[in-house]
Design a protein around this ligand. Structure first.
Ligand code: GAP
Length: 448
C-alpha cells in the first residue's frame, strides 16, 4: 500500500515554505545534511516539547539530562560500539560507489552493474581528534546515540534525584552516524537528533515494562494526530537485534517509500550498566530501599528520532483537496505542533486597517507564535497559512473598525466565526485546546 503523498511534494513544500533547506545550499549542498528554516525550527521545537512534556513533565518517574556529545573513548569500547556498531559495506570495483551490502541485491553495482567487492564491516561512528595533536591518543568519537551519556550518569542521577526505581532518565540531543546510504530526505541522515529515555527497572519486571512503553509510545503518535492505520508494530527477529538488545519492537510508519522504522523500543537488559561497571571499575548497581536487595537494573529504552518524527508528522498532515474547483494544499498538523498558531491578516494594506491589525498582533504574540501578513491578496495569504499548517487566521476588515470584532477562520473546516477583539486571546486559547469551532453560535452573538 503506497503512502498518499510523494516525498518530492514534501521536500518541495519544506523548501517553499521555509521548513527545511539543503545544508550549504549556495555551495551545492552537502549530502544528507539539512537546515531547519523559520517554520521548521518551530515545528522541531514543538515536537521536542511535546515529547518532553509527555515523557518528563507529566510523570514523576522520569527526570531529564543533557550530556556532552564527545565522551571518553572508553565509553564506546565498553558499550560495544567500537566493535559492533558496523554495517556491511561493499564497493564497486568500476565506479567505486559504496553500498550497504544488505541493501544491494546480487553481486552487481546498482549504479553501473560493475563487480562488487566482498563485504567488509564499516564502523558508523565519526572519529575526530581532541586537542592540538592528531594521533591515536587523541581520538574521540561523536556519539551515535545519547543513551551512553545517560548510562554513565546513572549513579549521579539516582543519588541526586533521590528517586526510586523504576526510574527513567530522558535526553534529547544530537547524534552522528556515518551512514553508508543516507537518504529519503530527513529520514536517514548523518547528523540527527535523538529523543531517548533509559528506563531502569528491577530484573524480572522488564518484559512488563517493555509492553508498557511500546503502548505508550504508539499512543503518543496517535495523540499527536498520526492516523492509526499508518502505524504498525514490528518485533525484531533474533538475528536483527542490536548487540545490546534482548528484545526490541519498532514502531513503523507508512512513509512515502513504504513501511519503515519510526522509533525503536528495546529491552537492553543489564548490558550497558554491567559493561560500564566492568570497564570503569565503578560499581553501578541499585539497592532497593525496602528489601535492601542489590541488583544491576535492566533497561527499557524508547528511542525516537526528532527528524524522523517530523517527517512522519509532515507526511501524515499533508493533504491536497479541492475547494470550490481550486486545489488547496494544507497541513493538518496537530495544534500543539503547528509552527504558527495564529495569523493576523488585515484585509488589505489600507492605512486605516493597519493600526488596528498591529494592535491585534501585539495582543496575541506574547501568548502564541503569531504571524502578521499584509502582502498579496487575502486568498493567497490563506493558502500560505494552510500550507504551513496554521490552525487559525484572524482577519481585520473595515467593519472591525466599527464593531471592534474580527473574523477567525479555521484551517480544517474553513468555517469562520466573528468574535470581539477584547478577549480574543482567550477564544483562540480555548480553540487551540480543542474547543469546538461552533460557527453558528458565534455568528448569532454577532447579530445581536
Ligand atoms: N539508542 C538506541 C538507538 O539509537 P536506533 O534504532 O538506532 O536506536 C532510534 O535509533 C531512532 O533514532 C530510530 O528509530 C530513528 O527514529 C532515529 N534514527 C536512527 N538513525 C537515524 C539516522 N541516521 N537519521 C535519522 N534518524 C535516525
Amino acid at each position: 500500500m503506497p503512502a498518499k503523498v510523494d516525498m518530492d511534494k514534501i521536500v518541495s513544500l519544506c523548501k517553499r515554505r521555509g521548513f527545511i533547506f539543503p545544508s550549504s545550499e549556495i555551495y551545492g549542498g552537502l549530502a544528507s545534511c539539512w537546515d531547519y528554516g523559520p517554520m521548521g525550527v518551530e515545528l522541531k521545537r514543538n515536537v521536542k516539547e511535546a515529547w518532553w512534556k509527555t515523557m518528563v513533565q507529566d510523570r514523576d518517574d522520569v527526570v531529564g539530562l543533557d550530556t556532552s556529545i564527545m565522551m571518553h573513548p572508553g565509553v564506546w569500547a565498553a558499550s560495544g560500539h567500537i566493535d559492533n556498531f558496523t554495517d556491511p559495506l561493499v564497493e564497486c570495483k568500476s565506479c567505486h560507489l559504496r553500498w550497504r551490502a544488505d541493501a544491494v541485491e546480487g553481486k552487481k553495482c546498482p549504479q553501473c552493474s560493475g563487480e562488487l567487492t566482498e563485504p567488509r564491516m564499516f564502523n558508523l561512528m565519526f572519529k575526530t581528534f581532541m586537542g592540538p595533536v592528531e594521533g591515536e591518543g587523541s581520538i574521540v568519537y561523536l556519539r551515535p546515540e545519547t543513551a551512553q551519556g545517560i548510562f554513565v550518569n546513572f549513579e549521579n542521577v539516582v543519588t541526586t534525584s533521590r528517586k526510586k526505581l523504576p526510574l527513567g532518565i530522558a535526553q534529547i540531543g544530537k547524534s552522528f552516524r556515518n551512514e553508508i546510504t543516507p537518504g529519503n530526505f530527513i529520514f536517514r541522515t548523518r547528523e540527527f537528533e535523538h529523543m531517548e529515555v533509559e528506563y531502569f527497572v528491577k530484573p524480572g519486571t522488564d518484559e512488563k515494562w517493555l509492553d508498557y512503553w511500546v503502548k505508550e509510545r504508539f499512543d503518543w503518535y496517535v495523540k499527536l494526530g498520526i492516523k492509526k492505520e499508518n502505524l504498525r508494530l514490528r518485533q525484531h527477529g533474533k538475528d536483527e537485534l542490536a548487540h545490546y538488545a534482548r528484545d526490541c519492537y519498532d514502531i513503523e510508519y507508512l512513509f512515502p517509500m513504504g513501511w519503515s522504522e519510526l522509533e525503536g523500543i528495546a529491552n537492553r537488559g543489564d548490558f550497558d550498566l554491567t559493561q560500564h561497571a566492568k570497564c570503569s571499575g565503578k560499581e553501578l548497581s541499585y539497592r532497593d530501599a525496602e528489601g535492601g536487595e542489590k541488583y544491576v537494573p535492566y533497561v527499557i529504552e524508547p528511542s525516537a528520532g526528532v527528524d524522523r518524527s517530523i517527517l512522519a508528522f509532515l507526511v501524515d498532515a499533508y493533504e491536497e483537496e479541492d475547494v470550490e474547483g481550486e486545489k488547496r494544499t494544507v497541513l493538518h498538523l496537530h495544534h500543539s505542533l503547528a509552527p504558527i498558531k495564529v495569523a493576523v491578516l488585515p484585509l488589505s494594506r489600507n492605512e486605516k486597517l493597519t493600526p488596528l491589525a498591529k494592535e491585534v498582533f501585539r495582543q496575541l504574540c506574547p501568548k502564541f507564535m503569531t504571524d502578521y501578513d499584509d502582502s498579496q491578496s487575502i486568498g493567497r495569504r490563506y493558502r500560505r497559512q494552510d500550507e504551513i499548517g496554521t490552525p487559525f487566521c484572524v482577519t481585520i476588515d473595515f467593519e472591525s473598525l466599527e464593531d471592534k470584532q474580527v473574523t477567525i477562520r479555521e484551517r480544517d473546516s474553513l468555517a469562520q466565526i466573528r468574535v470581539p477583539i477584547e478577549g480574543l486571546e482567550k477564544v483562540i486559547e480555548a480553540k487551540l485546546k480543542g474547543e469546538a469551532f461552533d460557527a453558528s453560535t458565534l455568528w448569532a452573538t454577532r447579530q445581536k
